[in-house]
Design a protein around this ligand. Sequence first.
Ligand code: ADP
Ligand code: MG
Length: 229
Amino acid sequence: MSDTLIHVENISKVYGTGDASTIALANVNLTVKRGSWLAIMGPSGHGKSTLLQIMGGLDRPTAGKINLNGTELTALPPNALARARAKEIGFVFQFFNLLPHLTALENIQMALWFGGMASHAGKARALALLDAVGLTGKADFFPGMLSGGQQQRVAIARALANDPNVLLMDEPSGNLDSASEAELLQLLKRLHAQGKTIVMVTHNAAVATHAQQVVRVKDGRIDEADYAH
Ligand SMILES: Nc1ncnc2c1ncn2[C@@H]1O[C@H](COP(=O)(O)OP(=O)(O)O)[C@@H](O)[C@H]1O
Ligand SMILES: [Mg+2]
């Protein structure tokens, strides 16, 4: 098994056409090693979310290739891409993106169902995931009844549902108070120690110190000076 989990090869992304076009990414190359923790930093509007979404197959690049765990995502038709995403990748977003009319348990069961697990098996697994993120007893709570930190932990449990190879997180602590941020960090450290690969966009330099590699995105490019950090 190669120790490269994700290989981003010469990715560009242009939104729109003609005068209205925006070059969000220009010739980005990046390698994520299996089991590593990578932090992506840089100013707002410079392409961090675009890069994360393309790495995870939520969006397609205008040019370039993404290889995830030996599969070229950019060559997959939509159905196969959706399957690869459900199996290989856990996404976590700044605003949690939980479904408000489903309970914590059901939000996780939904992800398991997308990953192909039957609902009776899914319930036990979803409960175990809630335990793992420190939310025992919150299964029947709706997102609106939980604090921001708790909602983010449900989102992480959901992201872990299908035991993905990598967690892709877009400013996961951007909307949390400092106590919840500290708890989130403990959870991420534990997951990383268990071997999970983490790629995290963050504005928080303190959070980034836990990463083994930090890259800076500026004007849609990776600042090469930081790459070997
Ligand atoms: N769906 C979209 N359509 C058009 N422009 C977009 C879209 N998403 C992002 N952009 C533009 O691409 C650039 C990079 O955005 P983004 O990746 O969200 O940056 P960051 O996450 O670093 O704040 C910005 O100029 C943004 O306005
Ligand atoms: Mg962003």
